[in-house]
Design a protein around this ligand. Sequence first.
Ligand code: UD1
Ligand code: UDP
Length: 384
Amino acid sequence: MDKLKVMTIFGTRPEAIKMAPLVMELERRNEIESLCCVTAQHRQMLDSVLDIFHLTPQFDLDIMEPRQTLSTITSKCLLGLEKVFQEVRPDLVLVHGDTSTTFAGALAAYYQQIAVGHVEAGLRTWDKYSPFPEEMNRSLVGRLADLHFCPTEANRRNLAAEGITKGVYVTGNTVIDALNTTVRKEHRFTSSELNELDYNGKKLLVVTCHRRENYGEPMEQIMSALRAIAERYADQVELVYPVHLSPVVQEAAHRHLDGLDNVHLIDPLQADEMHNLMSRSYLVLTDSGGLQEEAPALGKPVLVLRRETERPEAVEAGTVRIAGTRAEDIINMTAELIESKAAYETMAHAVNPYGDGCACRRIADAILYHFGRADRPPEPFASR
Ligand code: UD1
Ligand code: UDP
C-alpha cells in the first residue's frame, strides 16, 4: 500500500513550536510520508524554531513583509499554496490553530479538494472581533476541516455546538509535548544578561504582548502598567520582556519601558530559552495564547492582558486570571500577587488541563484510523 502523504503547513512562531513535535512524530510513522511547507508569515521568529527543532521544510513560500496586512498574508499564502498542492497532491493537509496562514492553508487545500486536519481545533470566545482575526480564522477552519484535533473536551463541546461532530478527536495540546523536550533544571542561557539575573533574591516577571486587538489604547495601558509595576517594586522585581518583532509592538514597548534598570527588553528568545525562563519565573503577564498553556504546566501563575480568553481551562483550575487591558486593574492584580503570599500560593500550582505530552501520538493514530490504516481510534485525552 502507498504511504499516506501528509503535508504540515505553518508560518508563525507559535504554530511552528506546536507543529514541530507533530512533524517529528509523523516522520517516525512507516505508513506516512511526511512533508512540510512553511509560509514564513514570520521569518526570523519562524527560523529560530526550525533551527531549535532541526526541521528543514521541503517548501518555503517566504511571504513575510514589514507591517504586513491580513489581506497580503492571506492572498500570498493562497497563491503560493496552490502551486505547492498542484505539485505534490497530499492526501491530507494539517494546519494549526488560528493564524492567517492557518486559514489560508485550509482554504487553499479545500479549493484543491484535499482533506484538511485542524490541529488545536474548537477554541472559541464567540466574539468575532476578539481575538481578532483569530476567532474567525479558527471558526472558518472548523467549517473547512475534515479532521479536528481538539486539545480538550471543552473544545470538543464547542465544535458540537456548531454541529461539527464527525472526525473529532480529543488529543491534548501538542505544546505540552514540546515543553517536555525543552525544560531542563541545568539549562544555561545563551545571554549573560539572563544568566546573571538574581533568580533567588528577586521576583522574575516574564512579559509578552503582541495581539492585534491590543494595538492602540489597550497596548498603551498595558505598557504604562508595566512601567508603574517596575518602578513601584524596583528593589523586588526584575521584568524580562522578549519583545515581538512587530514594529507596532517594538515602538510601544521601547517608548514606555526604556531606561529602567530592572526592565530587560530583549530580542525574541528561542523556544527552549523562553520555556526555561518561564520555569524560573515568579509570574507571567501575557496576551499570548501559548504562554497561557505553558505557564500553568510549569506551575506559574498567569495574568492575561486581554478582556477574554478562548482557553478557560486554566482559569477554572485557578492558575490563570484575566487582568484585562486597563492599567489600574493590571497594576492592582500584579501588586496583590507580589505582596500577598497567600494570594500567590492559591495560583501557583502545576496543572495540566491542556495535555499529557501524548497529543502528537494521538493525532498520528487518529490520522491512520481515519484513512483505514488502523483498527481503532486513539483513547481521548482526559485531564486529571
Ligand atoms: C501573528 C498571528 C497571531 C499570532 C502571532 C504569534 C495572524 C493574523 N496573526 O501575529 O495570531 O498570535 O503571529 O506571534 O495570523 N515580524 C518580523 N519578523 C518576524 C515576525 C514578525 O519582522 O519574524 C514583523 C513584520 O513586520 C510583520 C509584523 O511583525 O509584518 C507582524 O507579523 P504578523 O504575522 O502579521 O502578525 P503577528 O502580530 O506576528
Ligand atoms: N515564545 C518564544 N520566544 C519568545 C516569546 C514566546 O519562543 O520570545 C514562545 C512561547 O513559549 C510560546 C509561543 O512562543 O510557545 C507563543 O507565541 P506567541 O506569543 O507569539 O503567539 P500566540 O501563542 O499568542 O499565538
